[in-house]
Design a protein around this ligand. Structure first.
Ligand code: 13P
Ligand code: SF4
Length: 330
């Protein structure tokens, strides 16, 4: 519970934040967010805390309380650099685990422990051991969208932003690449290294179809389509650019297409549109229910109570950390 809900005072002290999001948050909604934005920014200072927010967080979190924002790779890299005592992860559980692996002595909070990921749920440590038995002497590259137990069984991690680079860094002819089948297909098209994949899918990106994109092209003249590599192959084929969430954001920033359709989670377009006002965003919009579990209210609660904390069994953490650190070192 908030200590105070003095809305007029909160509106005044958060006016500069509303300026940043006014094109994507209606003014009737702002009085609901303002008291939380004011209280969280205050509490962060007292706790010496930072908030890491993924690109799929809603604009009032992403633009108004977060200190570090970006794709999974940026969040992992920047998590190492913070000297805060407390890290709040506004994202899903595997992102909070990665932050904890890289900051074992800090308090890492995830405002809702149920914020999971269909990719992380698609594979277990036992599955990896079985794959290793089937393909001996083949290194295992694991997408960061996995549990710490799965990372601990892997040689190296990757994200959608560096997957090809990581695979090629190993200097081998074939790798086991887990768990996202569509990202694995996409990587296989960009490299000569043989990719052995798994059947994991992102429940948000697998819902987009090539037929949908064709229809959007018919409906909107001069449309540029950019997609996340977790999408099915026909979607990627129908797109003008494929990249991680940060690479999609950078594409819009530098290319300034007249009209763009970002084939990914809904909040991504809102967050980019808040900064780039001279591009028209067409929103196909599939929500990630896990990302949406994080709210201003539970971020406040987490900072106030310093719970729920992310803890990782030290026996698992040692190997999982190695796999993440090898990726960061590339
Ligand atoms: P990025 O690393 O591209 O931000 O992707 C993370 C994710 O969960 C995509 O669904
Ligand atoms: Fe996982 Fe997909 Fe949600 Fe990303 S968008 S967290 S991959 S379920």
């Amino acid at each position: 519970m908030l200590p105070t809900t003095n809305v007029p005072a909160a509106l005044k002290s958060t006016a500069q934040f509303y300026e940043r999001v006014k094109t994507v948050i209606p003014d009737v909604e702002w009085p609901v967010h303002a008291p939380y934005v004011a209280a969280i920014n205050e509490l962060k200072k007292r706790r010496n805390a930072v908030i890491l927010a993924h690109n799929y967080q809603t604009p009032e979190i992403f633009h108004c309380v977060a200190d570090i924002t970006g794709d999974s790779l940026a969040l992992a890299r920047k998590a190492v650099e913070t000297d805060a005592d407390v890290i709040v992860v506004a994202g899903v559980h595997f992102m909070a685990e990665t932050a904890k692996l890289l900051n074992p002595d800090k308090i890492v909070l995830i405002p809702d422990e149920r914020a999971g990921c269909s990719l992380a749920d698609s594979i277990t440590a036992a599955d990896i051991r079985e794959m290793r038995r089937q393909y001996p002497n083949t290194p295992v590259v694991t997408y960061v969208n996995t549990s710490a137990e799965v990372k601990a069984e892997s040689d190296i991690c990757c994200t959608s932003g560096n997957a090809v680079e990581v695979v090629e860094s190993l200097g081998v002819d074939q790798v086991i690449f887990l768990p996202d089948e569509y990202l694995a297909n996409y990587v296989a098209q960009q490299t000569n290294v043989k990719i052995i994949s798994w059947k994991g899918h992102c429940e948000v990106h697998e819902r987009f179809t090539g037929a949908q994109l064709e229809q959007y092209r018919k409906d909107y003249d001069g449309l540029t389509i950019i997609a996340h590599p977790e999408c099915p192959p026909d979607v990627l084929e129908a797109s003008d650019f494929v990249g991680s969430t940060a690479q999609m954001q950078a594409f819009v920033q530098t290319e300034k297409p007249k009209r763009v359709l970002m084939v990914t989670e809904c909040s991504m377009s809102d967050n980019v549109a808040a900064d780039i006002t001279d591009v028209e965003f067409i929103r196909p919009c599939n929500l990630c229910p896990h990302m949406k579990r994080i709210t201003l209210a539970n971020i406040y609660e987490a900072l106030d109570t310093l719970a729920p904390r992310v803890e990782i069994d030290p026996a698992i953490a040692v190997d999982a950390r190695k796999a993440v650190e090898r990726m960061i070192a590339i």
